[in-house]
Structures are given as C-alpha cells and as structure tokens.
Design a protein around this ligand. Sequence first.
Ligand SMILES: Nc1ncnc2c1ncn2[C@@H]1O[C@H](COP(=O)(O)OP(=O)(O)OP(=O)(O)O)[C@@H](O)[C@H]1O
Length: 253
Amino acid sequence: MELLAKDMAVKIGKKEIVKNASVHVKKRQFVGLIGPNGCGKSTLLKSIYKSLTPQQGTVFLDDLDVLKSSEKKVSQRLGVVGQFNEMHFDLTVHQMVMLGRTPHKGMLESDTQKDYEIVEEALARTNLLHYKERSYLSLSGGEKQRVILARTIAQQPQFMILDEPTNHLDIRYQIEILSCVKDLNIGVLAALHDLEMAAHYCDYLYAIKDGEIHAHGVPEEVLTPEIIEDLYQIKCQTFTNPVTKGLSFAYGF
Ligand SMILES: Nc1ncnc2c1ncn2[C@@H]1O[C@H](COP(=O)(O)OP(=O)(O)OP(=O)(O)O)[C@@H](O)[C@H]1O
C-alpha cells in the first residue's frame, strides 16, 4: 500500500506549522521523518492520520482518500502509534491489545478465536506474552510503548504511521521495536530522532526544517554533515560504525 500526502499545510492560530509539505511512501517502504524539536514532524503526521485538519492538502492510501473517508474505513488500513499513550481508565495488556481488533468488527460483535490468535501473535512479536494480565497503567513508559505497538499490529494495518516509536525505550528495545516494525513488511512512515537508527532502518528520508521539507532522499543523500549541521545547528562528522558497519555520526557544538 502506498501513501501520498500532497501539499500539506497546517496553521495553528496564526502560525504556519507545516508549509506545503509532500511525502510519498512507496509500497513496503520504511520512510523516516527527521528534524529538530518543534520543526513540525508530529503536526505533519497528525494531519496525515486525521488527528488534525490541514488547511490544505490531500492524503491517499492507494486509492483511499483518507481525509474524506470515515474513521473506521481508514483504521482498517492505517495503524498509528502516537507519541503520548496516556489513558484514564485501566485495562489489562491483553484487553488493550484486543482493542486493535475494533476496526474490523461490527457493533457488539464479540471477540472470535481468530481475534485471540491475532492478539497472541502481536503480543509475541513485541515480547509481551508475560505481561498479558498486567494492568496497563502499572507499566513503565517503554512497556506502554510496546503495548501500543502490539495493539497497532493486532489491527493488521496495511500501512503504519509512528511518531517517535522509540521514545522511552532503551537501546535494546529501540532495535527490537524498529526491527519488529520493519519485519511487518508494510509501508511505514515514522518520525525518528536517532539518526543512526534512521540510517539503518529507513529506505528513504524526509528532513523537515521550520515546517518545510528541507531535503529528501535515501539516507546517504540526506544524512550528510552539511544537512545535519543545517537542521540541528551543530557540528557533525559522519563515519562508518565499526559494529554495525552502517552510517554513524559524531556531534559537537
Ligand atoms: N496546538 C498547538 N498550539 C500551538 N502551537 C502548537 C500546537 N501544536 C504544535 N504547536 C507548535 O508547532 C510546532 C511544531 O510542533 P510538532 O509537535 O509538530 O514538532 P515536532 O517536530 O514533532 O517536535 P518534537 O521533535 O519535539 O516532537 C512547535 O513549535 C509547537 O509548539
């Protein structure tokens, strides 16, 4: 499934937060959004997944006009892992992940054996089988993050949007979560802060600065010292990571 968000513009109050940004995620691509705090990554993502109404722009998931389609129709195809996962009422981890099945059910339709199997698999993929009966509210930030990902996997979307999915996660879980998302082998658009992770997992990157697409291309084209210095106002050198053999970065002021 392809995502094409075209000419997106979002204004909050008098401030233009996203300015004429277009993003294309081809079939099964893992595409990253990078850029400094406050540059507009979350706002762009929210305008794509309908949590915010853009002033301008269109979003298509293949031939589905996302901004004009019902919540249910969109969530049958699109899964979202947002940045803040707070809830005011408590559920077990199993109940939380089962909520991922909701878009595929009619009103009052009960959970089937198939739903249970899908939830079990989502819990296994995110290493949460031992947490099934735990209360969601009692979990750490990183554990909650994994439950939200499991819920989104149980939704069986054909496309996933993630806003800083590795927030709160230690290095091992950052790798596990991004590998898990990559293994789903579906189209992904993710805002990422860690440039080394972005270089490793993304097929293509969009760099955002002041609400605009500042650069885009494969990681080697975007993650150059010049572009990184320009985006983050720091000094940067790139090198080959001796452990991963991938692109790595040294920063300074
Ligand atoms: N509801 C709002 N009212 C006013 N300003 C807002 C609102 N939502 C976002 N902004 C502003 O829009 C700008 C972009 O915010 P956004 O959350 O999209 O950035 P981001 O790139 O995702 O940042 P981060 O990396 O810190 O998560 C920020 O200056 C933020 O303060």
